[in-house]
Design a protein around this ligand. Structure first.
Ligand code: SF4
Length: 407
């Protein structure tokens, strides 16, 4: 395990350095797109505070990032080119740059969705679920897009046209999603501790897994992803409380309870485990084969890290089935992988988690040894007696109290 940790660490550091040297992040030339937000309008050079493009047609264009740089989506700022008229009406909009996960925001970035901002006045509320369509599969990105348009356009309307505008302060939080997430996380963690060593209560985990599917997968659409970690390492953090709730709670839980997240909350792990309970003859996997194939997920994680850090594009590291499944978006290959994994899970319980999942690999690397887990035939991870703690998802089926372990 130490060798794996060191190897992955070296790959990460080398890739990050290579990424800095090889791929220069160039800022999009926004001037090229002025015609998209204001056709047939001739703009002067960018100037003023906040920086903007003026015209003799009472239209002003600007990059939202120049006026409201502190609004972040799920992975940094969403930079939008906007045009407004002297009444404060939005007349054109185009997304210039973003680092969000494409699966979650493909519709959000479409001209069909963005067109709904055109005609709105800067003093409109710009509130998802109120005057803006709240796409349930990208709540953090929807909030960030609406907030960046609201704040930047009000700022420009006030400074350039002298219009009286409502507040341009930053919107507080992004709904109660983070509270729901943390409540579920803490409740499950408490039940995990309470039910340790109590064989009659191990089924309590099924309730937690079911809630993981319903709340984390379907309602919040925010399963912990390796892309959270890649974005964090690349310095692309969110301004959403939900993002911090997901990342910090998972990191802390790995330190105190190993792969608790995988065993109690991961919506895809839950689905895989429930499917594995379908009474069908299972494929026998020998310990040797199992040991060899478990390493595959570490290799995939290393490849994904190298590709992402060298290219500095997180979407290149996205092969996670839960991202495709719960975002309801992916290409043909991505959906094939989801279908294949769900089918194979019926024959080998938690196949994806055992052999391929990059989150399993990452969290496994940081698990602390715990000799109170002895494993048994029932182990959902096929973990052998004296299990590898990196493969244990803390289902508690084999937990023995202090003193019993040696007996
Ligand atoms: S080793 Fe024990 S606690 Fe861990 S997953 Fe297997 S049965 Fe559950």
């Amino acid at each position: 395990m130490n060798k794996l940790r060191i190897t992955l660490f070296i790959i990460t550091v080398v890739s990050i350095i290579a990424g800095f040297i090889l791929s220069k992040e160039t800022r999009v030339d926004e001037k090229r797109f002025l015609g998209d937000v204001a056709p047939d309008v001739i703009f002067s050079a960018k100037a003023g505070t906040p920086p903007h493009y003026s015209s003799d047609r009472s239209i002003t264009a600007f990059n939202s990032y120049d006026a409201a740089p502190s609004v972040n989506g799920y992975a940094g700022p969403i930079k939008v080119l906007l045009a407004i008229n002297s009444k404060g009406d939005i007349t054109g909009i185009k997304v210039l740059e973003h680092k969000e996960t494409e699966n979650y925001v493909h519709y959000l970035m479409s001209s069909d969705y963005l067109g709904r901002f055109v005609g709105k006045n800067v003093n409109d509320p710009f509130e998802p679920d109120n005057d803006i369509d709240a796409l349930s599969r990208a709540t953090v990105s929807v909030d960030a897009l609406a907030d960046t348009v609201r704040r930047s356009s009000r700022m420009v309307a006030a400074k350039v046209y002298g219009l009286e505008v409502k507040g341009i302060e930053r919107k507080k939080g992004t709904g109660a999603g983070w509270l729901v997430y943390l409540s579920l996380f803490l409740a499950s963690l408490c039940i995990y501790y309470i039910t340790r060593g109590k064989r009659g209560l191990v089924r309590a985990r099924d309730v937690s897994l079911l809630l993981g599917i319903l709340i984390i997968g379907i309602y919040l659409v925010t399963p912990f992803s390796i892309l959270h970690v890649f974005s964090l390492i690349l310095g692309r953090v969110s301004s959403s409380y939900l993002w911090y709730a997901v990342v910090i709670s998972t990191f802390l839980s790995v330190i105190i309870a190993g792969r608790f997240y995988c065993g109690w909350l991961c919506p895809f792990g839950a689905l895989a485990e429930f499917l594995g309970k379908i009474p069908m003859k299972k494929w026998e996997v020998s310990n040797d084969t199992d040991d060899r194939w478990r390493n595959l997920k570490y290799i995939l994680l290393a490849i994904a890290a190298a590709v992402v850090f060298v290219s500095r594009k997180t979407e290149y590291g996205n092969f996670e089935t839960y991202v495709t499944l719960f975002s309801l978006h992916g290409d043909y290959l991505a959906w094939m992988l989801v279908a294949l994994m769900l089918i194979i899970n019926v024959k080998v319980e938690r196949f994806w988690c055992r052999y391929l999942c990059p989150v399993a690999a990452l969290t496994g690397l940081f698990c602390r040894a715990d000799n109170k887990y002895i494993s048994n035939q029932d182990c959902p991870m096929g973990n052998r007696p004296k299990p590898l703690i990196s493969e244990c998802i803390r289902c508690n089926k084999c937990y023995v109290k202090a003193g019993e372990a040696e007996g």
